[in-house]
Design a protein. Structure first.
Length: 181
């Protein structure tokens, strides 16, 4: 099982999709069905996606991913090799989803399908995005949805209280198995 995830770098708002394989098409699905419509509905353009440097994003098997980004007008970037922490948002999200969701859910429930696990993950994501307080940067004690609302309100006021450049997303095809996510 693989968790394909996208995390917004301004608010830490997260999207995740479970898939039985590491296919690039599943990474496209989490963007197409989750992240991009979410930001589009709020009038927030997504300018770039920061992807890991793995072959699923940059190798010959990544063609569907790169074509999709090209079709929707989103640039693809990779973290600089000398800055290993550049993908820190997604790495932190994977540690959190492992400890707060997978380790608990897989102990409490015997899942007979990926769909059942996805439903529970979706409920957990709703909690993560709207209730769970994120202490570190950039949320400073606010849940991702509150941080997103603050950004939108500041942008509407035009008072400079919002980030100068929203639109950064982190997207990385995750590690195999929930235990390694």
């Amino acid at each position: 099982m693989y968790v394909h995830a996208v995390v917004d770098t301004y608010s830490s708002y997260a999207f995740a999709f479970l898939h039985p394989s590491k296919q690039t098409e599943a990474a496209v699905a989490v963007l197409h069905n989750g992240a991009l419509p979410f930001f589009h509905e709020r009038g927030l353009p997504v300018k770039a996606v920061l992807s890991s440097s793995g072959p699923e994003f940059w190798g010959h098997e990544a063609l569907p991913y790169r074509l999709y980004l090209s079709l929707v007008g989103v640039a693809q970037r990779t973290p600089q090799a000398q800055l290993p922490g550049a993908n820190g948002f997604i790495a932190r999200f994977y540690r959190t989803v492992l400890s707060e969701f997978f380790q608990q859910a897989l102990r409490q429930t015997f899942y007979t399908s990926l769909d059942g696990l996805q439903e529970d993950l979706d409920r957990w994501l709703e909690h993560y995005n709207t209730v769970r307080v994120l202490e570190g940067f950039p949320n400073l004690g606010a849940p991702p949805s509150q941080r997103m609302m603050e950004y939108l309100e500041g942008a509407q006021r035009g008072d400079g209280s919002h980030a100068a450049s929203h639109g950064g997303l982190l997207s990385r095809l995750p590690r195999q198995d929930a235990q390694a996510a």
